[in-house]
Design a binder for this molecule. Structure first.
Ligand code: PHE
Length: 460
């Protein structure tokens, strides 16, 4: 069957709306909170280089594949995979790929929401002038005070989950599109302000050197896996978020061009965040590898010392919350779309159900930073010796589930789907660019992901 399907849940108003929504999904805590701290933990330059290579040769082609599958199936990822598998005469078990994505989405959102809650808390801390004139030690103790109290973290996590489900309940068009339109350019601007501060911090060169000078002796097989996992995480790939957004994409809009814009914007934001943060880290004698608290322990120092710092600080955290918000809704959309399609639920009740489940899982992360901070469930495995439950959740989803999901998406799009179907849906003919894409998803992605996995486990 090649006739085009109609979308069930509505469509984006056009090309720009899709770009904004997909950029909203891609740009989030992954770029500003996670990228700097994992780059710091994994030695800087070499890690960043591996990450950039993964974005280019794995991330962008997979993003094209995911959008393509979504638009062809026009349903939640579970049903899209079921319908496309039937159409391409592949096994019905392909719908399990959709299920795996839904589970990954729940797990990721469960901790994502807790960290986004920190950002909400920091809006008020920055706005009240709490950071003015603070030293690195002062800023650190403000952070420790926040995360050491489970009730507080729980309250902020709850607030962020309510915000997320409120938007999801309203559907893809209203609210979301408009918010993202304003917020993305503002985020860019404020990152420029921070870069300006970092430039004058006295350690700009040291920060840049750390980020862009690859020293391969500093990266391990596990570090390579983390860099690759992050390429999936930051582009929202491998779990159906971009697939479900693709299912709302009007026909005839170029998938290749839009995907390229989204990936470039995402990468630019991450690099800008890194270039703003590391100079501050070095100028204040902080540890680049200090973990998930890194931006919350560095940027407030900058806000505490720049003119109008309380204003800029508040603005920054407001934008960070928006960036996280526009990502969190895409994490849960595959599940909600499925509940609406298959359980006949209204969007509002589907959102509430999904939200409650995610909120409950979030407790694991809330407690990982205080009452369970010494609990290391897998300490008998060397790489997980120091990992809390939060660390393990993050590792399992970003470094295992997303790359595996991406691998299977690549296999389906390039091996099981007929050449005619993909030429038809991508709509860029079957010339040079199509062939490069197909070569990358057919050979490079599956081989690269497999090798990185096997190396990290120690088999290769
Ligand atoms: N890309 C988002 C970020 O970088 C996180 C995300 C992952 C969103 C997977 C959707 C799916 O913050």
């Amino acid at each position: 069957m090649t006739g085009k399907r109609e979308p069930i849940h509505g469509q984006w108003s056009g090309r720009l709306a899709f770009i904004l929504a997909a950029t909203g999904s891609a740009v989030g805590l992954g770029n500003i909170w996670k990228f700097p701290y994992i780059a710091g933990e994994n030695g800087g330059g070499a890690f960043v280089l591996v990450y950039l290579v993964c974005i280019a040769v794995i991330g962008i082609p997979i993003m094209m594949a995911e959008v393509m599958l979504g638009r062809r199936g026009r349903r939640s990822p579970i049903n899209t995979m079921r319908v496309l598998a039937a159409e391409e005469h592949a096994g019905a078990y392909w719908q399990w790929l959709g299920w795996a994505g839904v589970i990954a989405g729940f797990l990721i959102l469960s901790y994502y929401s807790v960290i986004a809650g920190w950002a909400v808390a920091y809006v008020f801390r920055a706005g009240s002038g709490l950071f003015t004139g603070q030293t690195a030690d002062g800023v650190q103790s403000i952070f420790n005070n926040l995360v050491s109290e489970p009730e507080r973290l729980l309250a902020w996590h709850t607030l962020f989950m309510v915000m997320t489900m409120a938007v999801v309940a309203r559907g893809v068009r209203s609210g979301l599109e408009r918010a993202v339109r304003l917020m993305m350019p503002s985020l860019f601007l404020i990152l420029l302000v921070l870069l300006g501060y970092a430039w004058n911090s006295g350690a700009f060169e040291q920060g840049i050197h750390f980020l862009f000078h690859p020293d391969f002796s500093k990266i391990t097989g596990n570090g390579v896996l983390i860099a690759m996992g992050h390429a999936f995480f930051t582009l929202s790939l491998g779990m159906g978020a971009i697939m479900v957004y693709g299912s709302y994409l009007p026909a005839r809009i170029s998938i290749a061009k839009t995907t390229l814009v989204v990936s470039l914007a995402d990468t630019a934001v991450a690099l800008m965040a890194g270039m703003a943060i590391f100079p501050i880290v070095f100028a204040n004698g902080l540890e680049p590898g200090s973990g998930p608290g890194l931006i919350f322990q560095t940027l407030p120092i900058a806000f505490g010392h720049m003119p109008y710092g309380a204003f800029f600080g508040m603005l920054f955290f407001v934008l960070l919350v928006f960036a996280a918000w526009s990502s969190s809704i895409s994490l849960i959309e595959p599940a909600v779309a499925w509940l609406v399609e298959n359980r006949g639920m209204k969007r509002v009740s589907a959102s509430m159900l999904a939200g409650v489940v995610t909120w409950l899982f979030g407790l694991l992360t809330v407690f990982s930073f205080n009452i369970w901070s010494d609990f290391r469930p897998l300490s008998f495995i060397p790489v997980f010796r120091d990992s809390t439950i939060f660390d393990l959740l993050d590792y399992l989803t970003a470094n295992v589930m997303l790359p595996l999901g991406g691998l299977l998406i690549a296999v389906f799009a390039a091996w099981l789907m007929s050449r005619d179907s993909s030429v038809d849906e991508l709509g860029m003919g079957d010339g040079f660019f199509y062939r490069v894409w197909r070569f990358l998803v057919r050979y490079i992605t599956p081989v690269a992901v497999s090798i990185v996995f096997l190396r990290a486990i120690g088999i290769v």
